[in-house]
Unconditional design. Structure first.
Length: 191
């Protein structure tokens, strides 16, 4: 099960970056991610720590929220015509650093490595496989079991750049729902 879970996070990052490229409203996108991060926290804490509130670790949607915020700020920096690419790069460093620090201090799942992986995937998003592999390799610095994520490279390679059919909220609801189901199974097995 742990290996199966390692497949998900890099795919979430990839899809989040595609969302950035295709969304019409970044603030709504960020708000939606943050709301579902909050909704997911109680099921996450119950399932993995047996408590309603466990401040020592936060769920993956919080991680994706901070990654999304960092990428939105970087995107906005690069969209401006008022400065050179060099200055845009220099100004991106404190944004990335702040995201990394926030992810570590607030104990987000994957921590600073997630932010670094997201930035790499975003920076090389025009070269889907290269960026995806670079981001996944960064995640391996924290846990070698992230190597399982490379099994998803064919899925990313097959992606045609087109949005799928509807169900925009399915995956937002799926995350807390599946964790709640896992928690209930855990309770039944203990009984």
């Amino acid at each position: 099960m742990h290996a199966a879970g390692r497949l998900a996070f890099p795919l979430f990052l990839f899809l989040m970056i595609e969302g950035i490229r295709h969304t019409g409203n970044m603030i709504k996108y960020l708000s939606r991610m943050a709301v579902f991060a909050v909704i997911s926290e109680v099921p996450f804490d119950l399932c993995f720590f047996g408590k309603i509130w466990y401040p020592e670790k936060q769920n993956t949607l919080f991680t994706l929220t901070v990654c999304l915020a960092v990428l939105i700020l970087i995107k906005r920096l690069y969209e401006t015509d008022r400065m050179t690419v060099g200055w845009k790069t220099v100004l991106s460093v404190p944004v990335i650093t702040a995201g990394c620090v926030l992810a570590e201090v607030l104990h987000f799942d994957y921590g600073a490595l997630a932010v670094a992986a997201a930035v790499l995937m975003y920076a090389f998003s025009n070269k889907n496989i290269a960026g995806y592999c670079a981001g996944t390799a960064v995640l391996m610095l924290g846990d070698l079991s992230e190597a399982f994520a490379f099994l998803t490279v064919p899925l990313v390679a097959l992606y045609n750049g087109q949005r799928g059919r509807g169900h925009k909220y399915f995956f937002y609801v799926f995350y807390p729902a599946h964790i709640m189901i896992l928690w209930l199974i855990k309770l039944m097995l203990r009984a």
